[in-house]
Structure formats: C-alpha cells, structure tokens
Design a binder for this molecule. Sequence first.
Ligand code: ADP
Ligand code: MG
Length: 246
Amino acid sequence: MGEAVTQSAPVLRALQVTKRFDGFVALDAVDFSLREGERVGLIGPNGSGKSTFVNSLTGVFPIDHGSVLFNGTDITRLTAWQRARLGLARSFQLPRPFKSQSVRQNIEIPLMFAVGQTNPDRIAAEAEAILLQVGLGAQSRASPKSLTQVELRKLELGRALAAKPRVLFADESMAGLSDTEVDEVLEVLMKLNAEGISIVLIEHIMRTVVRFSERIVVLVAGKKIADGDPREVMSHPEVERAYLGQ
Ligand code: ADP
Ligand code: MG
C-alpha cells in the first residue's frame, strides 16, 4: 500500500526503529508517521512494545537501529531533554507529581524549564491557563495529595503541556478510570488537539480509542501489523487474533 496523500507534512516520523533489551527484540523495524494536528491511537497487547516505542521516540533510551525525524530533521541522537525542547512531550502511565508542592507549582516548575521564563507573575498566569485547559482551574492552590485519580491524570497532562509540545504521547492516561472519567480525560485531549497538538493515544479501551483516533496503529510483539482507518484496522484478522489471544 502506498502512503496516503495528506494535506499536512509529517511532524514526526520513525523509520525502521528497532530496540533490543539484551537479546530481546522489543521493537522490530517499526515505521511510523504522524501528521501535524493528527490523532492516532496506538494499540497492542501488553508487552507488545507500545511504551518502548514512546520511549524510543522521546529519547528515554537510544535505539539500536533506524531513525527518528521531527519536522524533517533527524533527532535520533538527541537527548530526551533536547527532544522535549523541540516539542515532544509525553504523560506517564503513573502520575508522579511533586507532592509537597501545590497543583499550580507542579505546572510552574516544568514551565520555567521549558520556556526559560523566570518572571513569577507570568509563570503563574501561564500555569493557571494550563490548569484551565486541563480542567483543574479550581484546584490550583490544592495539594496533589487531595486530588482524585482523574484529577491526577489531568495534572499529568498539564505537566506535559507545560513543555509547550507539538506532539503529545498519552501513555495509558486513562487506565483504571471509570467511564465518565475516561470521557473527561478524552475531552481534555480533544481540546488540546483542537489547539493544534498532534496526539498519540495509548489506551486499552477500544471504544475510547476508536472514538478518539483518526488512524490506528497496532503493535504485536514489537512489530507493526496494521496502520490505517480505525474501523478497517479493528476488523483486520490479525488484529482480531491478537486481541482474542489475550
Ligand atoms: P507495552 O507498553 O506495549 O505493554 P512495553 O513497551 O512496556 O510494552 O514492553 C515491551 C517489552 O519490552 C516487554 O517484554 C518488556 O518487558 C520489555 N521492556 C520494556 N522496557 C524494558 C527495559 N527498560 N528493560 C528491559 N526490558 C524492557
Ligand atoms: Mg505500556
């Protein structure tokens, strides 16, 4: 199949990305492309390499083969910090806020690093704006210890946003939440996407992934086995087999 004709250029590309842990091949020659403003769902059984893929693209560890391009520039050798500066952000599966700081301070700290902004009033104002974006406007002065699970996930997204990303990887931001809470987080992600951030959503609940995604990519045992229209991908025999096998 040829690459689809699209209106916007890819903001992020992975070419033949391969990652091994000792002898174990966690990612096997994965090609991937994300357009500006696109919403992609990344799915696959547990251990299929989804988080490893995010780690490889955001520079948590070096890859063994292949390359990563951001806006056409090779970033394969850049550190996680340098990639974050360019606009690659991710939220972690398990939120880990600074518990001794307020909710707002949890946004202010990454904000200071990201934009090199030091004026306290401006940082505070920007942090408040981010908290509004993720639906935590009322919790600004609270301690993260007083937040509910869904609020902690929103704070985690806010911390990722503080880096002013162009691309956001949401790695299981909704795991363990109730249906209504999942919808709340999904709504936040849709809003961020509407503001121009390209989003890769990693999520187990298929209903949520299909609702969110313009395109779905499937990893099985470190290999990409499908990439395309959500409904077509979900009815792909190999995808059905991978999920029935779980
Ligand atoms: P997923 O996110 O799809 O559940 P992961 O990317 O976390 O899967 O893991 C893929 C495989 O790579 C698993 O077998 C996992 O044990 C292994 N793996 C992931 N990270 C590491 C690591 N830092 N060291 C060794 N093995 C790892
Ligand atoms: Mg994972």
